[in-house]
Design a protein around this ligand. Structure first.
Ligand code: PLP
Length: 371
């Protein structure tokens, strides 16, 4: 029995193999591996895709968060309002610039920041809001931007999971001061290694970010500040350039697969299908259901015994992770309940109907045994 993974890049690699091999061979033959033509072209293509003035290639989404925060002037003792229902890198980025993450709760349906909780979390030290566009759809940016403008706060968007999603006819990650993207291999546009990017329309922020990614120097060997070694490399840029033209069709495929899951699972007791943010589109980085009645672990185990992999994003909200446990005493009941109920099912753009049918059939058989 062949295991059904939660994500696979094998179909896409098979499909694009000749072009990927050509692109990588060209980089090898160019002899230029850092800050060459491929990075420049990819940055230009991403800026055009997003409709943004600046796209700055970096070596990860995590570094995009660190460098965007630092370039936006966020530093020691500053408070940044964010979500705890996210991958750890969101909070880590805030920590790495010396700032303090202030966790507020999420919307129970979309798992994104609940904007109505922002204002009461603002203090004199608050400098920024960091919304995460989780699972493939944007947080409710309209009220978030209104509050940011009223209190003069920066908005840094964590778009690692939502490249290609819209909000109010603008692309996710292009509404705040900077959008931080990840090309980790499992993301909607995945490299074959680590890679990330900042998009912004702010010239000063872009210039600082470019300087920070190259050891704090605008001109080589004339370092002006302490920065990082965080450049996107040529090999990953070349791979991403082959894949970027397919992103639209692949995001649509994720949408079709999700719609089929919705139809097949919506009538099952104890299962809640994903909700949509009314002003946005969803690119389903994850297809995440809620499993109520304490059934999640049983569903997961029974799927596993049938060779079907599922994942929990995220089993522990950030404020309850070992790194914070002893120091943080916040209650985020919506995030804490979500962590106990969410289950992400297998999804990738080139997943076949046959494979998806197996997942659906298995869930439809398992649920009645639990009722
Ligand atoms: C993947 C991810 C990141 C980090 O991106 P890397 O490229 O792996 O460093 C940050 N935030 C979220 C929400 C992510 O999913």
């Amino acid at each position: 029995m062949k295991t059904i993974p939660v994500f696979s890049s094998q179909d896409e690699i098979a499909l694009l193999k000749p072009r990927l091999m050509d692109a990588m061979e060209n980089v090898l033959l160019s002899g230029r591996f850092i800050m060459g033509e491929q990075v420049q072209l990819f940055e230009r293509e991403m800026a055009a895709y997003l409709g943004m003035k600046h796209a700055i290639g970096l070596n990860s989404g995590t570094d995009a968060l660190v460098i965007a925060l630092k370039a936006a002037g966020i530093g020691p003792e500053d408070e940044v309002i964010t979500t705890a229902f996210t991958f750890f890198a969101t909070a880590e980025g805030i920590h790495q610039v010396g700032a303090i993450p202030v966790f507020i709760d999420i919307d129970a349906d979309t798992y994104n920041l609940n904007p109505s909780l922002i204002e009461s979390a603002i203090t004199t030290r608050t400098k920024a809001i960091l919304p995460v566009h989780l699972f493939g759809q944007a947080a409710d940016m309209k009220p978030i931007m209104e509050i940011a403008q009223r209190y003069n706060l920066k908005v840094i968007e964590d778009v690692a999971q939502a490249l290609g999603a819209d909000y109010n006819d603008r692309m996710a990650g292009t509404l705040g001061d900077a959008g931080c993207y990840s090309f980790f291999p499992t993301k909607n546009l995945g490299a074959y290694g680590d890679a990330g990017l900042i998009a912004t329309n702010d010239d000063a922020l872009a210039e600082t970010a470019r300087m920070l990614r190259a050891h704090g120097s605008r001109k080589k060997y004339y370092n002006e500040t302490f920065g990082y070694n965080s450049r996107l490399d040529e090999m990953q840029a070349a791979v991403l350039r082959v894949k970027l033209p397919h992103l639209g069709e692949w995001n649509e495929a994720r949408g079709r697969i999700s719609a089929k899951y919705n139809n097949a699972l919506c009538d099952l007791p104890g299962i809640t299908i994903p909700a949509r943010q009314p002003l946005g589109t969803h690119v389903f980085h994850q297809y995440t259901i809620r499993v109520q009645n304490g059934w999640r672990e049983a569903v997961m185990a029974q799927l596993k015994s049938r060779g079907i992999e599922t994942m929990i994003y995220y089993p522990v909200p950030v404020h309850q992770l070992p790194v914070y446990q002893s120091r943080l005493h916040v209650n985020l009941p919506v995030s804490e309940l979500a962590a106990k109920e969410v289950l992400s099912l297998p999804i990738w753009p080139l997943m076949t109907a046959e494979i998806q049918d197996k997942v659906i059939e298995a869930i439809r058989e398992i649920i009645p045994t639990l009722v």
